[in-house]
Design a protein. Structure first.
Length: 258
């Protein structure tokens, strides 16, 4: 076995939404496999806390951070100006940043649903395009998009979140086919309930929690590290023949029947 197939030494990864939860876990997982990591998130203070903690946890690895709201097109451009100015290149892009406000379809204000599309979909679209010139400098590079089971079936997230994640899954397939010849693999993961700061209030409701568990064959919610493991695998040389896939990290939720 070639051990280098299971390492990311010498590679640079950009992870968005990296201050907390799934994004922070992804950054830690990629660092553990040997990558240097660029973190991007909106809250400068929490981002710096995450950067410092990861730097302490993984001495010898470079951990840099950019604070910006990636729902804003100008700040997306500024992020990639920063990446290019660093001069370290880019091998991996993880489009993790996302947001949601769960409403009935008729209750969304226009600026609200448009903002969700900017964060959940258009950020991944533009960042992937900005990353393209950097990623094509290597024989093999990866983009991983963080989708959701709500993009594959109806769950109680509201229509806007589901639409944005379904579109992100389709973007994954299109870019995978279009960019395969350029050495860029594009994949997605689709989590079900993962224990994060954002999901904790809903999971703290006993009746709701019991409903979630009843629909999950493994009988528990997931942890951020379990999503991060799937993301890291899709970035490794060991997954070099996988592109255009969407891997559900859902404890069997999507396969549940009566």
């Amino acid at each position: 076995m070639n051990p280098h197939r299971w390492r990311l030494d010498g590679q640079v990864a950009l992870v968005t939404g990296a201050s907390f939860g799934i994004g922070r876990a992804i950054a830690a997982e990629l660092l553990a496999f040997g990558a240097d990591v660029l973190l991007a998130a909106r809250d400068a203070d929490h981002l710096e806390t995450a950067r410092t903690e990861l730097e302490e946890e993984f001495p010898g690895r470079a951990v840099r951070a950019f604070a910006g709201d990636l729902a804003d097109g100008e700040q997306r451009r500024e992020l990639f100006d920063w990446v290019e100015d660093l001069g370290c290149g880019l091998n991996i892009l993880v489009n993790n940043v996302g947001n949601n406000h769960s409403r009935a379809a008729m209750d969304y204000a226009e600026d609200e649903w448009r903002a969700l599309f900017e964060t959940n979909l258009f950020s991944a679209w533009e960042l992937s395009r900005y990353a393209y010139p950097l990623l094509t400098r290597h024989a093999s590079s990866s983009i991983v998009n963080i989708g959701s089971v709500s993009g594959l079936t109806h769950v109680r997230t509201g229509a806007v979140y589901g639409m944005s994640k379904a579109a992100l899954h389709q973007l994954t397939k299109n870019l995978a086919c279009e960019w395969a010849g350029d050495g860029i693999r594009v994949n997605a993961v689709a989590p079900w309930y993962i224990r994060t700061r954002r999901t904790s209030p809903k999971l703290a409701e006993p009746d709701y929690y019991e409903e979630v568990i009843a629909r999950t064959p493994m009988g528990r919610v997931g942890e951020p590290e379990e999503v991060a493991a799937a993301v890291a695998f899709l970035c490794l040389p060991a997954s070099s023949y996988i592109t255009g896939e969407c891997i559900a990290v859902d404890g069997g939720f999507l396969r549940y029947g009566f």
